[in-house]
Design a protein around this ligand. Structure first.
Ligand code: SIN
Length: 328
C-alpha cells in the first residue's frame, strides 16, 4: 500500500493556534527502556526513564499541544495487571470530564494489544485515546520511541481521530485496538492489523485515515474495581485437561483468589479442542465457569467476538464477568 494511493481524507498538517490539551500517561516499556550499549541489547531494561525524559527526547512535541503528563507506573508490560486498566480508564475519563482534548498512553509493546483492547471496551466514544510504544530502547541508535510518541500526539490532536475507538500508533501506522497485534518479536515494524488492515498512516506527511471501522463504536462496559480470574488453556497433542481439573480442585478447596470465573481455550486450527480437554472444559462449565474457545492462529471469524484473538477474547471475558459480578 503506497501513501499516495490513500486519499479519503486530506492530510492534516496545520497546528491549531490554540493548542489542544493532551495528557500523556507513561506506563513503562521499551519506549522508556535503556541499554548499556547503543547498538546492542546489552544491559537492556524496560521501564526506566520517566515521562518527563520521554517528552524531553521528542523535538517539537511541545509545539503540537499543551501537554500534561503523569506516570501511573513504570513497568515491563509483561508484568501488566488488569488493575492498571482500571486506573488508566479512570484517568482518561477524568481528563475528558475536565475538557482535555485527547490522551496518549506510552506502553510496552508486549501486552499493548491487551491494554488497548481493554480501554477500547471500557471508554465511551469521545476525544482520542492513542497508545504508543517502541521496539528499541531510548538509548539505541535510531530509537523509534521519539518518532512514535510524536506521531501519537499528532493523531491525538487530529480532527478525524475521534470516534474510531482506541487507537495505536506505531512505526508510522495507525491501528485500531480490536485488530492490532504484535506479530514480530525483534522487528521494529512489529505490529499488524490482520486481514482488515490498519486504520491509517501517521508520519512525516501528517496523519491520514484510510479506513473506517464500523465496529469502532461500542457500548462501554463498566470499569471494574475488582477483577475476576480468567485463565488461558491450550489444546495441543496430548492435552488431557489436567490443568483445568487442577484448577477445579483448587477452586473447590477455596484456594483460588480471585476464584476461577472463566476459561479461554486456545484451540487448534479454527478452534478445535482435544476431546480429553473438552471433557474437562465441560466439567468446568458444569461447575459454573464460563468457557470460550479461540483459534491458536488468527482471530475469531463472526459472532459477538468477531475479530478477537485468544488474548483479546480473554480480556473481553474478564470485562464481561467483572461487569456481571459488580453490584448494579
Ligand atoms: C515491554 O513490553 O514492556 C517490553 C518490550 C517492549 O516494550 O517492546
Amino acid at each position: 500500500m503506497r501513501f499516495h494511493e490513500l486519499s479519503f481524507y486530506p492530510v492534516t498538517c496545520t497546528v491549531p493556534t490554540q493548542r489542544p490539551k493532551i495528557l500523556v500517561l507513561a506506563t513503562g516499556g521499551t519506549i522508556a527502556g535503556v541499554a548499556t550499549a547503543a547498538a546492542t541489547d546489552a544491559g537492556y531494561r524496560a521501564g526506566v526513564l520517566d515521562v518527563a525524559s520521554l517528552l524531553a527526547s521528542v523535538p517539537g512535541i511541545e509545539d503540537l499541544a499543551e501537554l500534561s503528563s503523569a506516570q501511573p507506573c513504570n513497568i515491563d508490560s509483561k508484568d501488566l495487571d488488569p488493575a492498571l486498566w482500571t486506573e488508566l480508564a479512570l484517568r482518561v475519563r477524568r481528563w475528558r470530564d475536565d475538557g482535555g482534548a485527547g490522551c496518549v498512553i506510552c506502553h510496552g509493546t508486549d501486552s499493548l494489544e491487551e491494554t488497548a483492547y481493554a480501554l477500547h471496551c471500557l471508554l465511551p466514544p469521545g476525544p482520542p485515546v492513542v497508545l504508543t510504544a517502541a521496539m528499541l530502547p531510548a538509548t539505541a541508535l535510531s530509537a523509534d520511541g521519539p518518532r512514535n510518541l510524536y506521531d501519537a500526539v499528532r493523531v491525538a490532536i487530529d480532527a478525524h481521530a475521534a470516534g474510531r475507538g482506541v487507537l495505536c500508533v506505531l512505526h508510522g501506522t495507525v491501528h485500531g485496538a480490536r485488530d492490532v497485534s504484535k506479530v514480530h518479536a525483534p522487528r521494529v515494524d512489529a505490529f499488524d492489523s490482520g486481514p482488515r488492515g490498519p486504520l491509517g498512516l501517521a508520519g512525516g506527511d501528517g496523519v491520514r485515515f484510510t479506513r473506517v471501522d464500523p465496529r469502532a463504536v461500542t457500548v462501554p462496559l463498566a470499569t471494574p474495581t475488582r477483577w475476576p480470574r480468567v485463565e488461558l488453556v491450550c489444546s495441543h497433542a496430548g492435552a488431557d485437561g489436567a490443568v483445568v481439573r487442577a484448577l477445579l480442585v483448587l477452586q473447590q478447596a477455596g484456594e483460588l483468589c480471585p476464584p476461577l470465573a472463566g476459561l479461554v481455550a486456545v484451540g487448534t486450527g479454527g478452534g478445535t479442542v482435544h476431546a480429553a480437554l473438552q471433557d474437562a472444559l465441560d466439567d468446568a462449565v458444569a461447575a459454573g465457569v464460563r468457557v470460550l474457545v479461540a483459534p491458536r492462529h488468527g482471530v475469531i471469524d463472526g459472532g459477538p467476538y468477531d475479530g478477537l484473538n485468544a488474548v483479546k477474547l480473554r480480556v473481553r471475558l474478564l470485562l464481561e464477568l467483572a461487569q456481571a459480578a459488580s453490584p448494579h
